[in-house]
Design a protein around this ligand. Structure first.
Ligand SMILES: Cc1cc2nc3c(=O)[nH]c(=O)nc-3n(C[C@H](O)[C@H](O)[C@H](O)COP(=O)(O)OP(=O)(O)OC[C@H]3O[C@@H](n4cnc5c(N)ncnc54)[C@H](O)[C@@H]3O)c2cc1C
Length: 118
């Protein structure tokens, strides 16, 4: 389900935790919902910025547009051999959750990137 909020605080949505807000904040749970959102007047008529975990962003003032946030959360195995696993993850998956998921499945490699924010 798409959710749209007005005057949303971004304080907990970026890692510098500055007290800034977004004029609008929209979340989507699928690619289809994102496509629908992009067709709305809200997105056609306003600047927008996609964010993830907000660890590479520093907001110096309120954002006078639409912040987009993915809640696409799936993790799926695309292919697997005796040596390699190829995994696909949604853009809303928190990186460290992906690392934990990999470790819990016994897949080596991603654990080296544990605790990277975002
Ligand atoms: C303390 C620290 C240590 C780090 N260490 C490492 C490290 O060792 N190795 C490493 O590789 N990286 C490291 N990073 C970088 C980290 O991986 C990035 O912060 C992370 O990739 C950014 O992800 P985010 O979800 O926080 O994105 P954000 O900060 O929210 O966004 C960053 C950019 O990506 C865009 N973006 C975000 N989500 C999407 C999306 N779904 N679709 C399209 N565009 C999108 C945003 O518009 C923005 O331009 C480190 C960062 C920090 C702060």
């Amino acid at each position: 389900m798409i959710t749209i909020e007005e005057n949303k605080s971004l304080q907990q949505l970026h890692t510098f935790h500055l007290s800034v807000s977004a004029r609008w904040f929209a979340e989507y749970q699928s690619i289809e919902e994102l496509i629908d959102l992009l067709k709305t007047d809200l997105l056609r008529e306003n600047p927008f910025l996609q964010i993830g975990g907000g660890s590479n962003l520093l907001f110096t003032s309120d954002y006078e547009g639409v912040i987009l946030h993915s809640k696409i959360k799936f993790i799926e195995v695309v292919s697997e051999t005796s040596e390699y696993v190829t995994v696909k993850a949604g853009s809303g998956v928190v990186w460290d959750d992906f690392v934990k998921y990999s470790v819990s499945n016994g897949w080596g490699g991603a654990e080296n990137l544990s605790l990277i924010p975002g």
